[in-house]
Each structure stands twice: as structure tokens, then as C-alpha cells.
Design a protein around this ligand. Structure first.
Ligand code: HEC
Ligand code: HEC
Ligand code: HEC
Ligand code: HEC
Ligand code: HEC
Length: 260
């Protein structure tokens, strides 16, 4: 980024919304022509393309983060890179994002656990790669071929409530924009639900847990991944129909698995 532009953006950031009128509006929302162009994820919180238009602020897409013009590539490997091995680039197996610093995680543990976790599996690493607040939301392995890197003027911000130009908290502080604190799980996962461990109800041995209805989990949509509990077990980023992207309403979610 040119120094003068960087300074301008910085001054505008300090001024918060004052810069909203400066940056040109992003292009229309586009899905992935190969993966699908009418996915319900479009227009949801995980669709970064066109966020400026939706939020009514011209200060995010292309500035706080790169707008790749492809809503899907913030998680999925773009079609033109199909067959690439993410591990060769430090990426998460199967996803278009870098492996977070796994050694920093403090995982949930308790003497009561039937099955312990040795660390997050790839599908939960995907979520943590944004939600632990350490990596920018636009930090992807492969940018789509249609994106011109010389046009990259973004600040590459993280989901982090800190007040600095690397953090969405610069604006998302509850004043300029909604508070982003709750969206960051951080790296200390001990006060979150345990993840990436085998589901205790699988073997029918622990009466505190209900047996699953089918190999994929439960008939209400709560999903197991290879018999394990992951972030996507309770949430579904592809289905924004329920609050907080939950797979079941809060009253029934816990009792889907916990028998008491
Ligand atoms: C925030 C991350 C994220 C974004 C953005 C995202 N997806 Fe996904 N997608 C996922 C996850 C996680 C799964 C795995 C779901 C599962 O296996 O239960 C998935 C699964 C899929 C699947 C099913 C693949 C399979 O092997 O079963 C398709 C198709 C898909 N996504 C298409 C898209 C399209 C099209 C877009 C853009 C319009 C998109 N996704 C954007 C996270 C994302
Ligand atoms: C997909 C099934 C599933 C769902 C849904 C679920 N849990 Fe769990 N929960 C588990 C499993 C499996 C464990 C780990 C148990 C073990 O291995 O002993 C666990 C552990 C816990 C623990 C730690 C218990 C301990 O012994 O340390 C708490 C607390 C908890 N769950 C609360 C909840 C709450 C609250 C909800 C609803 C928001 C919920 N769970 C939804 C499967 C589930
Ligand atoms: C590319 C970055 C990125 C990835 C990867 C990502 N998220 Fe998010 N997520 C976000 C952003 C940005 C928000 C919106 C934050 C806000 O509203 O302030 C969000 C919001 C959420 C919310 C709250 C939704 C709401 O209505 O407020 C949940 C739940 C969530 N994500 C779960 C997940 C899960 C589960 C995964 C993994 C499958 C995931 N996220 C992967 C960036 C990401
Ligand atoms: C220059 C200030 C500014 C910065 C920096 C900024 N935002 Fe925003 N954002 C806003 C404003 C203003 C809104 C609209 C009001 C609201 O939702 O709080 C908004 C709304 C949103 C929404 C809600 C959009 C919807 O569809 O409901 C999400 C999600 C979001 N921002 C994510 C982010 C993420 C992630 C970052 C950092 C990568 C970020 N923002 C950085 C100002 C900013
Ligand atoms: C056992 C079910 C379960 C699992 C597993 C789970 N969540 Fe959640 N999550 C919930 C529930 C219930 C809420 C809403 C209540 C709350 O905030 O605790 C929630 C809230 C959230 C929120 C929004 C917080 C807010 O108030 O806006 C985010 C972001 C989120 N989860 C991300 C994740 C990520 C990332 C993972 C994996 C590391 C994960 N969740 C694993 C059940 C779960």
C-alpha cells in the first residue's frame, strides 16, 4: 500500500465513520460459480463480499479486509486451486486458511470427561482461524485468480476487540459499530464447550448422553463429524435461519446430547 494512502486510511480510521464516504462501494455480492451461487450463506455474517452495502458503511470490504469478490474463498479453496495440498502452504487440511498457532490453545479439560481432546480437528481449526482473534479474516491461502493483488489496500483486521488498526475493535467497540468482543473466543478455550473429542454417547456406555439417531448425529440436525463434537456440531455457518447460526433452538440444543 502506498504510504500516503496508508496515512489517509489511518487518519480516517482514527476518525471512525468519517471515512465512510471516501472509499468506493464494493461490487455486488457474488457466490462461487462452481460451488454455488445461491447458497443461504450469502448475505449472512460470513459473507464478506458486499458487506459495505449491507452494513450501510463504505468502510469495511476492501479496507478493513480484502474483498476477494468471491464469498466462498474466505473458507473454501477456490476452484482453480482444486487439488492443491493446503499443508504444503501451512494451511488447514481441506480449507483455504492457515493453521492457527495450535500450541497457544488451552483446551477444556475435566476429570469427568469420557474422551479428552488432543487439539482441534481441521473443521474446528477453520472456525478458530478467525474466531480466536489472532489472524486477519482475509488471511487465506489462495486468493481467487480474479483478484488483483496490486489493488489490495486493506488493513487486514482480526476479530479482536482491541483498539488498534489491526483489529475490527477499532470500530466494533459498541460505539462506532456493534461490540465484537463476544465473537472472539480467544485461545483459552477452557470456558467454551469442549470440541474435537469423541461423542460420549456413541458407545451407549455413558447414560448421561443420548445415542445418536444416525451416523451423522441427530435428527434435529445436530451433527457429528467422524463421531466427534466440533464447532459445526452446534452451529451451521451455511444455515443462518436460527439465532447465532445454531442447529437447534437453545432450549433443545443441549438436551439433544446431554440426557440430564
Ligand atoms: C465461514 C466459512 C464458510 C464460508 C464462507 C463458506 N462455507 Fe461452505 N462450508 C463450510 C463448512 C464448515 C462446511 C462443512 C459442512 C459440513 O460438512 O457439515 C461447508 C460445506 C460446504 C459444501 C458442502 C461440501 C461437502 O463436501 O459436503 C458446499 C457445496 C459449500 N460449503 C459451498 C459453499 C459456497 C458456494 C460458499 C460461498 C457462497 C461457501 N460454501 C462459503 C464453511 C464455509
Ligand atoms: C453433540 C452433543 C452435545 C451437545 C449438543 C452439547 N453437548 Fe455438552 N458435551 C458433550 C460431550 C460429548 C461432552 C464431553 C463429555 C465427556 O467426554 O465426558 C460435553 C461436555 C459438556 C460439559 C463439561 C462437562 C464436564 O464433565 O466437564 C458441559 C458443562 C456441557 N457439555 C454443557 C453443554 C451445554 C450447556 C450445551 C448446550 C448449549 C451442550 N453441552 C450441548 C456433548 C454435547
Ligand atoms: C473468515 C473468517 C471466519 C471464519 C473462518 C469463521 N467465522 Fe464465524 N464469524 C466471522 C465474522 C466476521 C462474524 C461476524 C462478527 C460480528 O458480527 O461482529 C462471525 C460470526 C459468527 C457467529 C455469530 C453469528 C451471529 O449471528 O452473530 C457464529 C456462531 C460463528 N461465526 C461461528 C463460526 C463457525 C462455527 C465457524 C467455522 C465453521 C466460523 N464461524 C468460521 C468470521 C469467520
Ligand atoms: C471503520 C469502522 C469499521 C471497521 C474497521 C469494521 N467495521 Fe464492521 N461495521 C461497521 C459499521 C458502522 C457497521 C454497521 C453497524 C453495526 O452493525 O454495528 C458494521 C457492521 C458489521 C457487520 C454486520 C453486517 C450485517 O450483515 O449485519 C459485520 C459482520 C461486521 N461489521 C464485521 C466486521 C469485521 C469482521 C471487521 C474487521 C475485519 C469490521 N467489521 C471492521 C464499521 C466498521
Ligand atoms: C455444544 C454446542 C456448541 C459448540 C460445540 C460450540 N458452540 Fe458456539 N455457541 C453455542 C451456543 C449455545 C451459543 C450461544 C450462547 C453463548 O453465547 O454461549 C454459542 C455462541 C457462539 C458465538 C457467538 C457469541 C455471541 O454472543 O455473539 C460464536 C462466535 C461461537 N459460538 C463460535 C463457536 C466456535 C468457533 C466454536 C468451536 C471452537 C463453537 N462455537 C462451538 C453452542 C456451541
Amino acid at each position: 500500500m502506498k504510504a500516503s494512502l496508508q496515512f489517509l486510511i489511518f487518519s480516517l480510521l482514527v476518525g471512525g465513520l468519517a471515512w465512510a464516504t471516501y472509499v468506493a462501494a464494493a461490487t455486488a455480492i457474488v457466490g462461487d460459480p462452481v460451488l454455488g451461487a445461491d447458497d443461504p450463506i450469502l448475505g449472512s455474517k460470513h459473507d464478506f463480499t458486499g458487506l459495505n452495502d449491507r452494513a450501510g458503511v463504505v468502510a469495511m470490504s476492501g479496507v478493513a479486509f480484502s474483498d476477494y469478490g468471491y464469498s466462498c474463498v474466505y473458507c473454501h479453496i477456490p476452484p482453480e486451486e482444486a487439488g492443491a495440498v493446503p499443508a504444503d502452504f501451512g494451511g488447514i487440511d481441506g480449507w483455504n486458511r492457515y493453521v492457527p498457532a495450535l500450541g497457544n490453545y488451552r483446551l477444556y479439560d475435566s476429570i469427568n470427561l469420557d474422551n479428552k481432546t488432543s487439539g482441534p480437528n481441521p473443521i474446528s481449526m477453520l472456525c478458530l482461524s478467525c474466531h480466536d482473534g489472532t489472524m486477519a479474516v482475509d488471511m487465506v491461502l489462495f486468493k481467487p485468480a480474479t483478484f488483483d493483488p496490486t489493488q489490495d489496500n486493506a488493513m487486514h483486521m482480526r476479530i479482536n476487540p482491541e483498539d488498534n488498526i489491526e483489529s475490527c475493535g477499532k470500530c466494533h467497540n459498541g460505539q462506532v459499530a456493534h461490540d465484537i468482543t463476544a465473537k472472539m473466543l480467544g485461545t483459552d478455550l477452557r470456558n467454551d464447550h469442549p470440541i474435537s473429542m469423541k461423542y460420549a454417547g456413541l458407545t451407549f456406555k455413558d447414560a448421561d448422553f443420548r445415542p445418536p439417531d444416525n451416523p451423522n448425529g441427530f435428527s434435529n440436525g445436530v451433527k457429528l463429524y467422524n463421531g466427534q463434537v466440533e464447532c459445526m456440531t452446534c452451529h451451521n455457518v451455511h444455515d443462518p435461519s436460527r439465532e447465532l447460526l445454531l442447529r437447534a433452538n437453545a432450549e433443545v440444543l443441549c438436551f439433544t446430547c446431554h440426557a440430564k
